[in-house]
Design a protein around this ligand. Sequence first.
Ligand SMILES: [Zn+2]
Length: 282
Amino acid sequence: MRRVSENVYAEIYFWGCNPGFVVTGEGVVMIDTPQQPIDAVRWRERLQEYGPIRYLINTEPHVDHILGNAYFPGVEVVGQVGLQARYEQAVPELTSAERLEIIKQADPDSVWLFNHPDYPPNPPTHTFTDELTLQLGRHTIQCLHLPGHTAPQTGVYLPQEGVLFTGDNIFHRVKTFIQEADPWQWLATLTRIGEIDAAVIVPGHGEPCDRAYLAEQAEIIEAWIGAVEDFVRRGLSEEEALKQPAPTADPYPIGQRLFPRVATVDSWNVGNLYRRIVARSA
Ligand SMILES: [Zn+2]
């Protein structure tokens, strides 16, 4: 666990996203959850040493950010209003026999906790549209709708700490997932993130960084758009585009134990961008 400012901590070596938390005078506020059940229950015990857990803010609807919600029963979950439907849609997959098989293979210590009756799904119930401010003790916690990597994407800004959690709007020196993003909206959001006065950025994946990395993140997304625009310009169908060698738009390796899935992520990125570029030029 890494201390990134006086009262903010993040873990960057779990399997899944980077969860974090801020310790306030009135308890702990979490940002995202460990994906693996055994990591989530250990994380809960660790956080409780700092005070009662008051809120859990989800930055996005992908499994690696929300699967762990279940292991924080009774903790109110905060999310952008679009996250509610996405969480509901995800529950069948989060609790599926297929996911149990993955956990059996890859993380046997978590099997006994999967679908445990004490840990039912814990959906977002405290929602906002553009912005929500929580005040706990002397800490202001700003939840900001920053659409990009996903439509309900949320950033969490802690002005007294100079820390911004961006979720997967930033993949710091690990492979960028563009499986459902509106890439042009994402680029506009990166500009907006650059205007937030944060000394430390905790990305969704990769080591903490600062605003100097924003330009590079934008270049990677622009390179992906350019590569897939080229497929469209050459008149390739989506199926043909998917058969091309994967674009070399991103110089970074895939992070956090996902290395068997590089080709899958490349095909997700190409398919999503292909459909969006064609729709935009229609
Ligand atoms: Zn994501």
